[in-house]
Design a protein around this ligand. Sequence first.
Ligand SMILES: Nc1nc2c(c(=O)[nH]1)N[C@H]1C(S)=C(S)[C@@H](COP(=O)(O)OP(=O)(O)OC[C@H]3O[C@@H](n4cnc5c(=O)[nH]c(N)nc54)[C@H](O)[C@@H]3O)O[C@H]1N2
Ligand SMILES: Nc1nc2c(c(=O)[nH]1)N[C@H]1C(S)=C(S)[C@@H](COP(=O)(O)OP(=O)(O)OC[C@H]3O[C@@H](n4cnc5c(=O)[nH]c(N)nc54)[C@H](O)[C@@H]3O)O[C@H]1N2
Ligand code: SF4
Ligand SMILES: [Mo]
Length: 716
Amino acid sequence: MSETSREQRPPAGNPASSSDGAPTGNGRPGAVPGPVEHRSFCRLCISLCGILVTTEQERVLSVRGDPGHPLTRGYTCAKGRSLGDAHHDPARLDGPLIDRGDGLEPVSWSTCLGDLAERLNAIVAESGPDSVGMYLATASAFDAAGRRTAEQLLRAIGSASRYTSTTVDTPCKPLVSELMAGHPGLVPALDADRATLVLLLGLNPVVSHGHLNAFPDPVRRLRALARRGEVVVCDPRRTETARLATTHLALRPGSDYALVAHLVRELLRQGADREHLGRHATGVPEFAAAVEPFDIERTASVTGLDRTDIAELVASVRRHGTVAAQTGTGVTMSASANVTEWLVWALHVVTGSYDRPGGMWFNPGFLKSSDRRDFRTSSGEPGPGPRSRPELPRRWNEYPCAAIADEIESGNLRALIVVGGNPLTSLPEAGRLRGALAKLDVLAVADIRHTDTTALATHVLACAGQLERADVPHFVDQFQAAVVSQYTSAVVPIGADRRPMWWCFTDLGRRMGHHVLPGGADPDRTCDDDVIAPLVGRARLSFDQLRASPTAVVADEAVFGWVTERALPGGRWRLAPRALVEQLANLAPPASFVVVPRRQARHLNSQLRDPLGTERTLDEPELLVHPDDAAELGLHQGAPARVRSSSGQVTGIVRVDPGLRRGVVSIPHGFETVNAAELTSGTVGVDPLTGMVLQSGIPVTLEATDGAIAPAPGVD
Ligand SMILES: Nc1nc2c(c(=O)[nH]1)N[C@H]1C(S)=C(S)[C@@H](COP(=O)(O)OP(=O)(O)OC[C@H]3O[C@@H](n4cnc5c(=O)[nH]c(N)nc54)[C@H](O)[C@@H]3O)O[C@H]1N2
Ligand SMILES: Nc1nc2c(c(=O)[nH]1)N[C@H]1C(S)=C(S)[C@@H](COP(=O)(O)OP(=O)(O)OC[C@H]3O[C@@H](n4cnc5c(=O)[nH]c(N)nc54)[C@H](O)[C@@H]3O)O[C@H]1N2
Ligand code: SF4
Ligand SMILES: [Mo]
């Protein structure tokens, strides 16, 4: 911190965000009358678009794309442009709340955190530290300081009950990285500037802007890729992305593994450089044996694809030599997630496409700079799950979210702290989970607005929203489309009686007798920058340099070679991890009528779906069905239908979509009325290797109904 900004720190007891960043105008947040434009970046999704936010005093007047941003160059989506509406949403939390049995009521921070600290300490004293759990969810990944302090608090409490949204949507990615490369943190990204053959499986970046990996400015990026070469999209729906592809393969949900297994089988027979492979991989004979059964007949029968289309894809890979393939939630939330991800990695290894221009590179992260660290190889062996679900695996220092309801029901988990998440619309068996959450002694929710989950909370921590705090993209560093980073100051002063999330957890820790900030710093004498600066440890630039940069800084477009040289044990990929070979051999064929997920343009999970007081058109949670299925089942456009799985049911409005494969119903998630989380189960279909809940490819039945769609309970 500079002396100037230290002097300008807000008074103790009213901590606010650092305000010494780089507005493009000359104002400090709220200090200057008349409109001021601030340069920042959107922290709703992984793409982190550069934005220009115009404010006047405490009001956000507009949000638009920053043309000066080196990657997003002025692009934003509807969600980013609605950040101002979200900031002023009447449903925002304005101060701490507590429920002493008669519903939530406003209290002072000292009362809220004092009571919470006392209750948590009593629970720890009676039932041990593991009885206090934490769910670190989507929004926590976009608040560097808040996420870090939440993690520190849980560590200080000494609790093993750590749950994150990784086990909800993507555990196959760290798993495959760990089993094939000895380290769970490698994140392959496509070399967008050079790739000529791109394969997207179960990913719809035009709407999602990426799963795990950022896919900024998706339409322009896809068009450029399609102009240069081929873009092949595998998806049971003709999505917005499929429409921009050179080839769309509408395969059966859950069958991607067969297609990719066939590709590598054929390449091993002809096209792969076996000598190169032998030098860079172990387990080649075992791997070849594992994919051997996937001849064209079997592949066509499992995927439902035409033999000619399959053969053409094989020919394409041979012709291009190098391939850049990426998976999304259609794959990573399915029963064949691990094996498909493994086979996709193997396809890159077999074609020599990893760590090589035109294929895939690994982002070491601007802030984390993994290419400068030493790697320790992990065994990949999981620990046992929590007491009520010991059969579930514990990996990467967390339990699978599938266990949360059981842990509460069995009395092992008595307090849950929710950090930037909405479990009632994201975790399995919403109805059962609602009952379980209500049984907790403490449900503390750190959020920015009233949600389905805050309605059940005993303590609500009203946090600073993204425009009210300084930040760097620390958690999502390696998921970016380049080695890039950006600092933002707060663009509006922190409003009402809200607090930065880092302050909440530091003050709560202090009251519980724990040091959360390094050296036990006093939260009231600390600002955002003090908490963020240490996160910029091994960064390409120092914190002060990053903070002084007017917009994002791209250190490298892509970097190659470091994984092979530094990270891989003996410089070789493990092509045939035993657990994955076994899972492939035992995979059941995909079910005949299934639910698949779908993101929508104007909301993000449960966020932005129902902003109060705006004119914005909202997304509708429609059920998409193929016209022939609709006719056969007596379903009509605009009429309600009931979807039943083995664990629950939802009723929603049908939209007939000829672009969908038959045998599929596409349902968005994040809604409490038509809640896809009613269809998921914490036990049926849970992946044995990661404990992930099945959310894509859930077997269901579909029928017409007169039933009304229930109104959302419990939302303010
Ligand atoms: N607008 C918006 N953007 C978001 C989000 C949001 O809610 N709204 N959520 C964010 C989050 S948390 C995430 S994780 C990402 C997810 O980002 P994506 O993974 O891109 O998610 P979707 O857009 O749902 O795309 C998944 C696609 O997989 C297809 N699919 C389903 N089953 C299968 C299958 O078995 N095989 C294949 N090949 N395809 C299948 C579906 O039809 C769908 O088109 O998006 C992020 N971005
Ligand atoms: N059936 C089904 N279930 C799914 C999925 C599916 O496709 N189908 N998708 C899954 C996926 S991909 C994911 S990632 C999970 C998402 O699961 P969650 O992460 O649990 O859900 P979100 O709705 O993203 O919750 C984010 C919460 O953070 C709050 N928030 C926003 N900004 C801030 C902030 O700055 N600070 C704080 N403290 N809070 C903030 C929002 O108001 C919101 O309540 O859901 C999963 N669940
Ligand atoms: S794509 Fe949209 S939500 Fe994602 S960072 Fe950009 S503006 Fe924000
Ligand atoms: Mo996600």
